[in-house]
Design a protein around this ligand. Structure first.
Ligand SMILES: [Zn+2]
Length: 441
């Protein structure tokens, strides 16, 4: 068993005063900039092109002068090298580790996650699993497949906390829900770590079997979900349906981000021991004040494996202008969606999360799947495709939706009702109009 002494000695770091935390982050940023300039050709070239001297960084504002980059640029580097590594990573002498893939519309990027990376990120992440109630000897069902960066970190978390791990057959795609439910019924885990769309698929599987979800989840005390934002009312409804003590939401990616909820659920504490997060104005690239939504720019503070410095994750997020009642000083953030899912309607910008918050105000629609249909031409109205709720008059509900969205988001809406959202769009919140019409003919 690995000894966790070093990370546990940092336990109190999440309560350090802000100035001390900033000083700590600046030191770590300077270290990783020096490392990147020395060891990683991708950054050496970027520093040169931008006239950026890592040795001259004396403040967080100096650091923000380093131009950010997107996934496309890391993919271009990979294409140019025609090989891996692509210059963002230094292989260890043994070459051991996990090559993790992140898919997307632009292509698949590869991140090299050696043992040291897994140890540092996993040790940091273990804190969140303790917040969520995972303890020594408890049985945890781990849904992330082995190649996924979350599984790489969770393996370390499980070792560190001394939990017993159960891995169901299949990946986290909803079509494997049957096996996942069988595993839950067989091994009776007390803790589940899962992708939110898969949790909904498990609920659907319970309905198919005419089995109460609370009965299926009888052994489960806590669930940690990742992969999609969960609104406060959606959490309450899921807790009620599943009969579990609590549901925690985590944000993270292998490029650098870890931000997790504590039991107060008022945002995600940014794990300042392993990442530095900036929210910048999409138009100017300048830092935005807390509370404003903008591009999430990430910097990993871990100089092992693939290193991402000022990486624009193409997410829309904000650092929240409030302190958590838990007393921890690590700031809170929220990620609302991918920026590709931003909808522009009659001069306003909204994301499906904003619509979800509104729909949740109608009890019949909490956790009922919906999607927005986006047209290629400028939109004057929001068109929603909503799964028919089990009860209620659709016409009346439609009027209430229109009133709510007019009041809260200042947009006009049209609803279309579906018995069930088509399988290919389960978990997808924005459907392009041409694809939607293509399905119906
Ligand atoms: Zn907290």
């Amino acid at each position: 068993m690995n000894q966790p002494a070093r990370a546990f000695s940092r336990e109190r770091m999440d309560r350090w005063p802000t100035a001390k935390l900033e000083g700590y982050q600046l030191r770590r940023l300077k270290n990783i900039l020096r490392y990147a300039g020395r060891e990683l050709p991708f950054y050496r070239e970027r520093f040169q092109r931008a006239g950026f001297d890592p040795d001259k960084v004396k403040s967080l504002a100096d650091f923000a002068r380093l131009p950010s980059f997107t996934k496309k640029e890391s993919l271009d580097a990979l294409k140019q090298e025609k090989n891996f590594p692509a210059g963002l990573e230094k292989l260890t002498a043994s070459g051991g580790g996990v090559l993790c893939m992140t898919s997307g519309t632009l292509g698949t990027s590869f991140l090299y996650l050696p043992e040291r990376w897994a140890a540092l990120r996993g040790d940091s992440l273990a804190r969140a699993y303790r917040w969520a109630g995972l303890r020594r000897g408890m049985r945890m069902l781990m849904a992330a497949p082995a190649w996924h960066s979350l599984a790489v970190q969770e393996t370390r978390v499980i070792q560190r906390l001394g939990a017993a791990c159960v891995i169901p057959w299949g990946t986290f795609l909803p079509r494997y829900a049957r096996h996942f439910l069988d595993a839950i019924l067989d091994v009776k885990p007390a803790f589940i770590s899962i992708f939110l769309p898969m949790l909904y698929a498990l609920l659907a599987e319970c309905r198919r079997r005419e089995m109460g979800a609370a009965q299926a989840f009888q052994s489960v005390a806590s669930i940690l979900v990742v992969g999609a934002p969960m609104t406060p009312l959606a959490r309450l409804d899921l807790k009620r349906q599943l009969g579990v003590k609590d549901i925690f939401e985590g944000l993270g990616n292998p490029e650098g981000l870890t931000a997790m909820e504590c039991p107060h659920h008022v945002g995600h504490h940014i794990f300042l021991d392993c990442c530095y997060v900036e929210i910048v104005d999409p138009a100017t690239g300048q830092p935005l004040p807390t509370g404003e939504r903008g591009n999430v720019v990430l910097t990993s503070l871990i100089h092992h494996g693939s290193v991402y410095l000022r990486y624009d994750s193409e997410d829309l997020g904000a650092i929240l202008p409030r302190r958590c009642p838990c007393g921890r000083s690590w700031p809170l953030m929220e990620v609302y969606d991918r920026r590709a899912n931003i909808l522009r309607i009659a001069g306003r910008q909204i994301v499906p999360y904003d619509v979800r918050l509104c729909l949740d105000e109608l009890p019949a629609l909490v956790n009922i799947p919906f999607a927005v249909i986006r047209s290629a031409t400028p939109m004057e109205r929001l068109t929603l495709l909503i799964q028919k709720p089990a009860s209620g008059n659709l016409e009346e509900i439609g009027v209430r939706i229109a009133t709510l969205l007019r009041k809260k988001l200042a947009v006009e809406t049209t609803q279309e009702w579906a018995e069930e959202l088509p399988q290919r769009w389960k978990g997808v919140t924005v459907i392009e109009e041409q694809d939607w019409r293509g399905t119906r003919v």
